[in-house]
Design a protein around this ligand. Structure first.
Ligand code: ATP
Length: 608
């Protein structure tokens, strides 16, 4: 058998360098297209992960590399035969350890060159060698693992070209999340292997059904778009969840859903996509993290309560009080985050699962079936018990009944209701937010009574007590069509002192020299930041603004929409930047606000 082809790591390092230098989103895709075309099929998955600063899809739960600054200094010192002190000294003058490694590698290379030329060999790093070493570093645990990790990093550095050394170090430091989003990779794959934008929907659909960019890249690079078009879900690989639009008025909601709908309680818990393969159960979160360890009780429920060899179902896990049967708020589930306490907490705070969809059953892809059919499959599969049940629902055709059911849901401890279309296009559209599902929640006092989720794209230094600290953030909404982040506000309130300190640490990892190519901004912050962090933000109202780019030209020429008095509520590590509130949603919120103001003012005008 022919040996699997590999690729020099140098090409990946050069791509990193190119990515760091560009400022336009379009260049980003072009650079990736070139790289992907040059990459042998056998390693394209690895290249895709590396480009995103990862070693696999997030849901695989690959451990952190666990090589802190101190270990890295040791590795660099041992690779280039210099003292740790001189590495530290150099890093103070050069700036970051990546550049230190680059510099030392160059000196080292000069020394080594004579010897290697004499021996006639040159240690070239391949993608597989780098990737596999990084994986080994991640998985090294227990006694002696510290030395193993240092040895592996230093082994790579010895054979690295200066540029390679720089990016290996940055990767190990966790600084290589360059903000290359999934959409950018999908664009590049479509162009590189699908002939262009026309195959983008096929590539995207496949990714939505199997959320593993490496796997998708391998299929399309090896077997072409035709193979991707036939992809179906597999148990064990998460499906990107279908998402809901939000509605305000029962009449309007029903109209959007097609005048007839299945309406379910909207439970306030954690979304769970449950995969069952015989006795093996895996649970994925809304953001597709593997959260199985948090819910050993749900694993048992699924084993008992799903009549199918292989199945994928979705539901909401809710904390509840077994004595009163009352549902508890979402925050209660957060106690299960600590690994070693899960078993105890599972007893103290039991959960109940409310199932609402079935996506796969014994070889049958249900995502392309209509909702009524999926519900039927769900009902056939689920054996209900005290804490494993199908979500409460009714079929509704008029706004009055919708309102009545909504009030009942809220009084029973739900957040509101989910209105789901049943018409002949009511498929499970993985990874998309649309009007097939509409959430109708309580507590819509004003438009901004609901928070928005925004992405940090830059930051400003504070003054006075906050002098020298980054204390104001430039926040952006997401424009999925252009795959760019557009600014909506500067946010400086809502942080405690501790949060501010933590935030400075977090941001430090992601400061970049110039605006990220996926960011659209007229303002120039003191520092630019990779678009990776999402925060929940509450604002007082929306206004037109000449300084922000979100919604620019959509309402008035040259003017965007901005959020007044934004206040930080909390970080949303469960959301990726692409899950942030979209530009269209912000525009829609502005329009509704305007309408509301007009309505409120109308009677007065009439009286006058
Ligand atoms: P997003 O819509 O992006 O998920 P969000 O995180 O703010 O936004 P919500 O506004 O709470 O989420 O609404 C959607 C979520 O509601 C789903 O992801 C799911 O976790 C939850 N949910 C509760 N009950 C249901 C149900 N019956 N059907 C579908 N989703 C439900």
């Amino acid at each position: 058998m022919a040996r699997a082809r590999d690729m020099e790591f140098r090409e990946v390092a050069e791509t990193f360098q190119a990515l760091e230098r560009i400022t336009a989103r379009t260049q980003l895709t072009l650079i990736l297209v070139k790289l992907f075309k040059d990459t042998p099929v056998e390693v394209i998955d690895k290249v895709v992960y590396l480009i995103q600063g990862k070693l696999g899809p997030d849901w695989k739960g690959i451990p952190e590399l666990g090589v802190g600054e101190k270990f890295l200094i040791k590795a660099i010192s041992s690779a280039y035969r210099v003292s740790e002190d001189s590495v530290v000294k150099l890093s103070k003058s050069v700036g970051d350890l990546g550049e230190v490694a680059e510099k030392l590698a160059r000196q080292f290379q000069d020394k080594k060159a004579g010897l290697l030329a004499f021996a006639g060999v040159k240690g070239k790093l391949t993608v597989s060698r780098v990737f596999d070493s990084l994986l080994k570093i991640a998985y090294a645990t227990g006694e002696g693992s510290r030395d193993v990790k240092i040895r592996l990093v230093s082994g790579l550095l010895v054979d690295a070209e200066p540029l390679e050394a720089k990016y290996i170090v940055r990767f190990v430091e966790g600084r290589l999340r360059l903000g290359v989003g999934d959409a950018t990779v999908l664009d590049a794959l479509s162009v590189a292997f699908g002939g262009g934008a026309q195959s983008r929907p096929i590539v995207e659909r496949a990714y939505n059904l199997r959320a593993d960019l490496g796997m998708i890249a391998r299929i399309v690079a090896g077997e072409g778009v035709e193979a991707l078009a036939k992809i179906t879900p597999v148990v064990g690989v998460p499906i990107r969840p279908m998402l809901a639009e939000r509605g305000k008025d029962p009449g309007e909601i029903l109209e959007k859903a097609g005048m007839k709908a299945i309406v379910e309680y909207k439970y306030d818990g954690e979304r769970a996509q449950i995969h069952k393969d015989g006795e093996r159960v895996t649970i994925f979160s809304r953001r597709l993290e593997n959260i199985t360890f948090r819910y050993p009780d749900v694993v048992e429920m699924a084993k008992e309560g799903l009549k199918a060899g292989k199945a994928i179902v979705e539901g909401e896990i809710v904390a509840y009080d077994p004595e009163t049967g009352e549902l508890k708020p979402f925050q209660e589930l957060m106690h299960r985050k600590r690994k070693h306490e899960v078993e105890r907490i599972a007893k103290e705070i039991p959960v109940k699962v409310f199932l609402f969809d079935a996506l796969y059953r014994d070889g049958e892809d249900l995502t392309d079936k209509l909702l009524p059919e999926r519900r039927k499959a769900l009902e056939e599969m689920v054996v209900e018990s005290d804490n494993w049940a199908i979500a409460n629902y009714v079929e509704i055709e008029d706004p009055e009944s919708l309102n009545k059911f909504f009030l009942e849901a809220v009084s029973e401890g739900a957040e509101g209701v989910m209105v789901k279309a049943v018409h002949n296009e009511s498929f499970y559209v993985a990874g998309a937010r649309g009007w097939l599902w509409i959430k109708y929640k309580r507590d819509y006092k004003s438009e901004m009574a609901d928070t928005v989720d925004l992405v940090v794209v830059g930051a400003f230094y504070g003054k006075g007590k906050r002098g020298g600290k980054l204390s104001s953030l430039l926040m952006a909404a997401y424009d999925p069509k252009a795959d760019v982040f557009k600014t909506v506000c500067k946010m400086a309130t809502g942080f405690t002192d501790e949060e501010l300190d933590n935030m400075n640490e977090m941001l430090k990892q992601h400061i970049i020299k110039h605006k990220h190519p996926r960011v659209d901004s007229k303002l120039k912050p003191d520092v630019w930041v990779n678009p990776v962090y999402v925060a929940e933000v509450l604002g007082a109202e929306l206004t037109l603004s000449p300084t922000h780019t979100c919604g620019i030209d959509k309402i008035r020429a040259g003017v965007g929409v901005s959020i007044r008095f934004p206040r930080f509520i909390r970080w949303r590590p469960d959301k990726s930047p692409e899950d942030a509130t979209t530009e269209d949603e912000i525009i829609e919120m502005y329009r509704r606000q305007l309408k509301k103001i007009e309505e409120e003012q109308a009677p007065e005008t009439e009286q006058a």
